[in-house]
Design a protein. Structure first.
Length: 129
């Protein structure tokens, strides 16, 4: 039995290696098959919770506002309370999985938006940035 099996109780899955054609960037995706499938489905808009379109718009506005205001702490953004409220609604209706779906969708729209969302949602439900 491998140390991985002892620690995590399941067989280690083979990492997926991806390489972009336009550059020399290469990375190993260590997420489970289920997590990769969730990310792919969510990025396509499958199974998204209510409020995601508003969330994308708010994150976009927050990014622009932050850029023009020298990126103050997230709690100072005018969109802060509404973004967190949407996160709480998503968590209340679908739990952490629904929040993950929304986050993957936002991240697919723009990776910077995904990072911002994670920070805005820190402490909502089970979310930790």
């Amino acid at each position: 039995m491998s140390i991985f099996s002892k620690l995590f109780g399941r067989k280690r899955e083979k990492p997926v290696t991806q390489q972009r054609n336009d550059s020399q960037i290469q990375f190993v995706d260590i997420r489970s098959k289920e997590e990769v499938a969730l990310a792919q489905e969510s990025a396509k808009g499958v199974g998204l919770p209510a409020g995601v379109d508003e969330l994308v718009q708010l994150i976009k506005e927050a990014h622009c506002w932050g850029e023009s205001n020298k990126y103050p702490g997230y709690s100072n953004y005018p969109q802060h309370e509404r973004i967190r409220a949407i996160g709480q609604l998503i968590y209340s209706s679908g739990g952490h999985l629904a929040m993950q779906r929304a986050a993957y969708y936002v991240r697919k729209k723009n990776p910077l938006f995904g990072h911002s969302l994670e920070s805005f949602w820190n402490g909502v439900g089970e979310w930790m940035a």
